[in-house]
Design a protein around this ligand. Sequence first.
Ligand SMILES: Cc1cc2nc3c(=O)[nH]c(=O)nc-3n(C[C@H](O)[C@H](O)[C@H](O)COP(=O)(O)OP(=O)(O)OC[C@H]3O[C@@H](n4cnc5c(N)ncnc54)[C@H](O)[C@@H]3O)c2cc1C
Length: 443
Amino acid sequence: MNYRKETVWGWGRWHRRPAFLDRPEWPGEVRPARYLEDFPRFLARGLGRSYGDQAMNSDHLLVLTTRLDRFLFWDEKEGILHAEAGASLDKILTFAVPRGFFLPVTPGTRFVTLGGAVAFDVHGKNQHMDGNFGNHVLGFTLLAPSGEKMWCSPEENPELFRATIAGMGLTGFLLDVKLKLRPIESSLVMVQYKPFQSLEEAEKIFLSGDREFPFTVAWLDPGLEKGVATLGRFATKTEIGGASPLPVHGPPRLKVPVQTPAFLLNRLSMNLFYRLYYRIQAGKGTRLERYEKFFYPLDGIDDWNKLYGRRGFTQYQFVVPMESGVEVIRRIKTILRKKGCRPCLAVLKLFGDDGAGLLSFPRKGFTLAVDLPVTRRLPRALEEADQVLLEAGGRIYAAKDARTRPEVFKRMYPELESWLEIKKGIDPEGRLSSDLSRRLEIC
Ligand SMILES: Cc1cc2nc3c(=O)[nH]c(=O)nc-3n(C[C@H](O)[C@H](O)[C@H](O)COP(=O)(O)OP(=O)(O)OC[C@H]3O[C@@H](n4cnc5c(N)ncnc54)[C@H](O)[C@@H]3O)c2cc1C
């Protein structure tokens, strides 16, 4: 077979490496036996929204899933959708919103495939109330490297179900996923804006959160101290008056055409941006907003990751137990400042229970995600930050990672041993492998 060879990168554009690509049109064309004639290792790749080397497979094969995006079954009464795993959340929303349904959990971008959402058991602004994506998955068809197809659900092949949710694409190729959606009366969101001057104040806002507002997030300024919390819930029909209740999002309005010079995101421009942003957001009070503005503010600009210039950026996202949250954030902030690493964007969220997958990232506590331009001193700074996390019982999110060392990752994810047992059972020769899995010395 002839496969195209191309340079591939993660969303942060930090590392870029060549891989061979296959782009099947039909599920029957995904044939591990055929791949193994040419490559010892292969991996699925969705929309490439993971930040680092998760969906990279240097000099091996990447199977692009985006043409495998058909809907197979829809139950209008129960809101159950069964779709091929290359279907994007964007496509699902376009179909479901006019019918009065929304995703049960959504990450901060809708340009993610069902397969990618399962492979990292993604979380949203309602994690503390509704869990992760995997908690709403009723089942999926997994294609093992042996070519065997298996239906996995909490009842059928439950071990494989738990190992594949947040299994980083390493337990098999997800062919299709069955998901339960949430009913909505309107697609508009009632949003409360609450400014805060310190992390303690942010913590209070989160912990006293009204259960009526299941979606909570806070944007922090580059100093990682003050910011604005936003609390949201879907509006009722009565609240939106005569307006059309179920408007659907449109395509992105703007596009970053080329990689911009990194100096555009310097200290001065970022401080000016945040001062303006803070003033506008803090004064908003309570208002109705379109869902795309509330859930997907960055999706309005296509290719916004090019704004970070040639060297790219990474997102350092971690979770820490509630009691040490503020202290850990301040210690990490000090490390970053001392090493001259300037956060460009920082988002704070509250987590509730653990996810459904053995390697799901969330656990009870606070999670902070910080976007950092790549500099020479960044890797060292983040290694120091990792040590602070380990001491506090915290861990980093593998979907955003591009540099953690294997020994650190293993200490952060003690469930890895049990996961590896299952991986060995389904893929004894380690055919499913990625740049991330080799960097972390998992397989
Ligand atoms: C702007 C932005 C905001 C984000 N916000 C959040 C957030 O709020 N919460 C959150 O949890 N994440 C968030 N993410 C991360 C993103 O949701 C995950 O990285 C997700 O996995 C990306 O899905 P993808 O389709 O792009 O997959 P890719 O990045 O292409 O691949 C990710 C992984 O999924 C595996 N995979 C993909 N398809 C399949 C398949 N069919 N079978 C088996 N494995 C498969 C790949 O092998 C790889 O390991 C965000 C990312 C961006 C860029």
